[in-house]
Design a protein. Sequence first.
Length: 430
Amino acid sequence: MNRNHMFIEKGVLRGYSGNDAKVIIPDTVKHIGERAFKDHSDLTEVVIPNSVTDIGFEAFSGCDKLEKITLPESIKIIGTDAFLGTAWLEKYPDDLVVINNILIKYKGNDSEIVIPDTVTRIGNESFIGCSKLEKITIPDSVTSIGIDAFSGTAWLENYPDDFIIVNGILVKYKGKEFDVNIPNNVTKIGEGAFKDCNDIDEVKIPASVTAIEYAAFMNSSLIKITIPNSVVSISELAFSDCGILQEITLPDSITQIVYETFSGSGIERISIPDSVTVIGYGAFMGCFDLKKITLSKSLTEIDHKAFQDCEHLKEIIFPETLVKIGYSAFTNCGFEKVIIPDSVVEISGDAFDYCQNLKEVSLSKSLKCIASGVFAGCSKLISITIPDSVTSIGDCAFENCTSLTSVKIPDSVTNIGENVFEGCASLKQE
């Protein structure tokens, strides 16, 4: 099979454009991305290597002729509907489809089931729409439950308490209270536990809770929350799209703000505890109301798109520990002045592009490269001095900086890309 038909980026198989009946995925792949093979009707067999740890949402969905799949023990996460509509799923010999101790789907129509004690995770939407299912026996071996795992079941609808708790996991909150006090027997706020809850204002978390899982409060009406120091992990999208979230206190026990944790939320100010070393991809992306942030004094990395489109963020002070700023990390932010400390050795492409209020920039003296598009579209930027450490300036680095009148380029720069100063109508040569 021609491997060129696969689009693989940094270990993620993102897409496939071939028409082979049998596909052997190379062992350079660690993750099979969302919809990577979706609707490939020629596919009959897939061999997945033991380098793969997770399979994304609808990865093989609609591959109706796919009958044989080699699934290694390395796989720990299987996304929603990863095998929906495949012959493999239709012909699976048991109503409970279990792969590597992950229950990914229930195909039956019973009113009562017992989940075997080999299962450690109940996957996303495993029982969704099983309206006749009234009784589910869940073993103590289950330590993880996916988002909407029991949505639409009679068991969920008839559960006798507002808090649905399984083995210490708060699976779902069904109540209508404005102020919610999570019970002391909860150790994890589960995936999507408060997702789309439009009645809550404030949630109080007890010290028994150690984790807030994927999309736990996503798109809820949450206004205020204090997270205790017992919490050591806050997962992806945990507070994403909480549009009226105003006040949140983060604990000193977390070390990362991960993928899109607060993206699209309404927070106006936040303090990142000094325990945090990394702010992840899109962590605050689209937080239009964010006006003030205090960064951790231990911060080493701000990942791609971390603060993209934070239009009202007028000021940011970077700590002397910061090493890396990712691409589009601050695209379309409201800064007027940026001082990048000498600890920073890498600023990726488009990092500050279209910061249209930006007038003044002080660059790190440790930079070797001014990346492509890094200040493109900063229409109020007047002047900039490139430090002596820099040897190259990437394409379009200052494109459409229409107010730029002065750029000091040192002799150390030996490579200047294309269109670096395109559209800089006010620029004077020095």
